[in-house]
Design a protein around this ligand. Structure first.
Ligand code: ZN
Ligand code: ZN
Length: 340
């Protein structure tokens, strides 16, 4: 079978490897159909992911068809499935709170262990979720990114009628937007690129702000009659965006951070106390797959235009180069594992 590797930072390679076999009764052998390239895969490629080790089969966003299933796997041959890329210990403090996404022993497919860019993969059944067979493979590959948006809305405790401000109309910002809309929120989204804001508006953003031309704080206060956003979700992830988020969020509101930025932000404790703000991190996802799969199965999301390009596995290097060259406008680039 063909396998796509990041051999070491800056070096990609497609190679032949023996296909894996089922070992345990809850194992599932999957013929991988599509793999999505994520910003974090680009970080692994560029040697900027502190958790990655090399060489690594990349890919944490992938879907495929069950080829063989162990007796206790709970899925059947022919089922269409999406992979849940995280595994965790189940016994540490975070796991006991039902938050395996921040487990001390967390392992992410394609980061700590080999991922989905291989034509066949074996996963334990708890990392395999069945999806409706009428969802096209390309579309199904968006399920994992949408779980990331769902997690940030969960962490922000987004409720119907809440004003949700999203910093950044990139792929993650767009998945947050749609999850917030599903939850019944009024959404405001910012970016520096008009085309990205236009796309956000076309899939349901109630207000868009180009932060290059407009003052985000002033616009949000105008839209909300001085209240501020009830939930601010930061997918821009700079020192400044965290500071701005705290200022623009309303009393009793929530600030959700998705940043791995290590530069300290200047935030006065007073801002948090005065408004009794909750500041929460959002990392990966926990138990979001069933909810997001439901939304996909019931066609509740606007997914047209999300896929920017699809490359066969043999042209994997070109796909990465394309993402590098078009970072500002790429939404999702996929690798087609069926076509060599
Ligand atoms: Zn991703
Ligand atoms: Zn744990």
């Amino acid at each position: 079978m063909k396998v796509g590797l990041v051999e070491k930072p800056g070096s990609l390679r497609v190679m032949e490897r023996e296909a894996p076999k089922i070992q345990k009764p809850d194992d599932v052998l999957i013929a991988v159909k599509r793999v999505g390239i994520c910003g974090s895969d680009m970080h692994i490629f560029h040697g900027k992911n502190p958790f990655a080790t090399y060489p690594r089969v990349w890919g944490h966003e992938f879907v495929g068809e069950v080829i063989e299933a162990g007796a206790e796997a709970g899925v059947a041959v022919g089922d269409h499935v999406v992979a849940e890329p995280i595994s965790y210990c189940g016994t540490c403090y975070a796991c006991k709170q039902g938050r395996g996404n921040v487990c001390t022993q967390l392992k992410v497919l394609g980061v700590h262990v080999d991922g989905g860019c291989q034509q066949f993969v074996v996963l334990p059944s708890k990392q395999v979720h069945k999806i409706a067979a009428d969802i096209p493979w390309d579309t199904a590959c968006l399920i994992e990114p949408f779980t990331i948006g769902a997690q940030s809305c969960l962490r922000g405790a987004v409720r119907p009628g809440d004003v949700v401000l999203i910093y950044g109309a990139g792929t993650i910002g767009l998945t947050i937007l749609q999850n917030a809309k599903l939850a019944g929120a009024i959404t405001i989204i910012t970016d520096l690129v008009d085309d990205k804001l236009a796309f956000a508006a076309s899939i349901g953003a109630d207000y868009t702000i180009n932060a290059k031309n407009e003052n985000t704080y002033d616009r949000v206060m105008e839209i909300t009659n001085g209240m501020g956003a009830n939930v601010t979700i930061d997918a821009v992830c700079t020192k400044q965006s965290f500071e701005d988020a705290v200022k623009v969020t309303s009393a009793a509101g929530r600030v959700v951070e998705m940043s791995f930025n290590e530069t300290p932000s200047n935030i006065a404790a007073f801002e948090l106390t005065k408004k009794e703000l909750d500041v929460r991190g959002s990392r990966l996802q926990t138990n979001r797959f069933p909810t997001v799969i439901d939304a996909f199965n019931q066609h509740q999301l606007k997914l047209d235009g999300f896929i920017t390009a699809i490359y066969p596995i043999s042209r994997m290097e070109e796909a990465f180069a394309y993402v590098d060259a078009n970072g500002a406008t790429v939404r999702k680039v996929l690798i087609d594992m069926e076509t060599e």
